[in-house]
Design a protein around this ligand. Sequence first.
Ligand code: SF4
Length: 278
Amino acid sequence: MCANPLLNPVPTKDGHVVGYVHSLETFGAVDGPGIRFVAFMQGCHMRCKFCHNPDTWKTRVGSQMTTEEVLNKALPYRSFWGDKGGITLSGGEILLQIDFALELFKMCKEEGISTCLDTCGQPFTRREPWFSKFNELMDYTDILLVDIKHINSDEHKRLTGFPNDNILDMCEYLSSIGKPVWIRHVLIPGITDNDEYLKQLGEYVKENLHNVEKFEVLPYHTMGVHKYQEMGIRYRLEGVEPPTPERVKNAEKLLEVDRYQGYKDWYPGINTLDQQPS
Ligand code: SF4
């Protein structure tokens, strides 16, 4: 069962929601369209074996900042954002701090700033009052980056600690409301680098999701392993090497990533369903 963050009191300061921030990145180039200011928020319930940011897992730690403080940190970089860039909220898992995301994105929209949410979807539920809050957040979100960690729910659970049912439900819901997404999939030798699973994921996205602007294969890497050593946590993918360029190409072919080119023409405010023939 998903945790319901609304059951926890929302911390506030000076009339604004307080969030637990892991770190801020002023020039993010891989966290959504264009150049973006990225706030990596603290806290994630998943325990992906390949996670390169185990230092973001703990909830209710990190720098406590209000939405206004984060926005004020971002605004000096506005001239670099151009037509497509803006602010991305990432993690950890940002949906664990949904009230913070909602207030910050509302403020962004008042300022005419493009908003992007980078989520793994684990907290998603259609239970109330969470679902209404999520829907309201979507009113202020231009685009989402959604990781599908594994298409097979049992394998997903082995890889992350959670099944994928509600994550796929979120993907389908976002498709039904025409909310643009980039789908991302980490290619891990021996786990997700499997032709059969890749074909299943490719089919799933093609058949069920009609809002995909971009579909990316992210090759597994080992850059975060030192953090596990520093934190005294056992790294469970010891000995797994990054996939070869050939295997990455193979995955891209099986997932048919070339079908999803909408990102080239995408601008904030575009609704994917509007572009489709009726
Ligand atoms: S969802 Fe993201 S932050 Fe959470 S464990 Fe997985 S990779 Fe790490």
